[in-house]
Design a protein around this ligand. Sequence first.
Ligand code: ISE
Length: 410
Amino acid sequence: MIHHIDEASRRVLEHVEVVAQQIGLHQRLLLSHRGDIDDLLADEQVVVLLGQQQVGQILDTLDRCNIRCAGTTLAVVHDLGLELAQLAGDLIGGEVDGGVHICTVLGNAKQAIEDNRLDATIYDSADALIDDPNVDAVVIASRNDVHLDPLLHTIAIGKPTFTEKPMTINGSDSWKVVEAEVAKGRKTIQVGFNWRFDPGYDAMKTFVGDGQIGALLMAGMRHYNAQASTSYYGTDNVINDTLIHNFDMLHYMFDGDITSVEMKFARMNTLNPNGESLREPQLTIVEFSDGALATAEANVNCQYGYDIQCRLVGESGIISLPDVATPEVRKAGQISHAISSAWFGRFIEAYDREFDRFFANIEADRQPGGKEATAWDGYVANVVADAALDSLHHGGRIPVTLNEQPALYR
Ligand code: ISE
């Protein structure tokens, strides 16, 4: 199994994270890990396509996942060359002696590599890097709108791939991913719907599955962010970036397909700094084929913290997602509990567990399915989000129509 990331690699990751944030990544960054020979990831590289907002989270998650890196390989695409080359130069010549090998740089970085006398391999494209036989698995955590091409590529060559949610930006693109997997006859994609791995949601799923509160009738969910998560986050992202988690969780928790969705705007929060480009809070009403109903409130400028709730009403009882257990503080005439400021804190365990599952599946040569979201689940969430966007823009209740589920996913 993977045990502990070594100190040198941990410091590399931390350093990269800081630098990536400092230089405000606008392009994509590829990061790969190479494990020890006797490690779970023996001689394996994981390629991570990172975008501006995700770089910190993902590196942090990989770090916490205790991936042991005998050598860490950093790779850059597009125009990050200079900064990263300098960083690598610092690392190689400095604190983390010998721990870093720059293996992939595209764009205008060639000169920077030469100037810094770095040991580098230059590929012509991200695809060429992914094709490298040393790369055994791929993690795609770039902007939502650039997942599709690398996904289709990794499916074509059969490399296990973890993609951040949403799988793509709409149902028709996600269907291309499903079709590609079906054509290969094998599931290689795991979608990062991490809530499924949250201990609280996990326990609720078991409770429901065991029939402890009978068939589900209703659900009420809260999805609050202190503020919008990216600089380019707009009205539609409330659905296709935020509520899409809720759509996946409802699809996972309820036995039955989602058949329609309707969106409503609430009065705008005067503390929302984005004005009309980010119309919210939004409320969604989801209907299932057996008549069950769910509502989810999205409020991404709530100011006070990252607040996730879910209450499932069954025929003979109710289950509610526990608030994360933080110590109770009694002070100055008050009893209080700390609340996470963002999702990394709230779902830290879920992120770790979903990555652990991804690597465990690779090790066991097992296809994703069951708890981890497959390409089919990614497709379903996108189709529901498409209907929700339609409702948001045109009003009313919009039917959700799915293509027939291919046998591969049944
Ligand atoms: C972000 O991408 C996430 O996945 C978070 O869990 C969600 O709360 C946030 O709204 C999204 O933007």
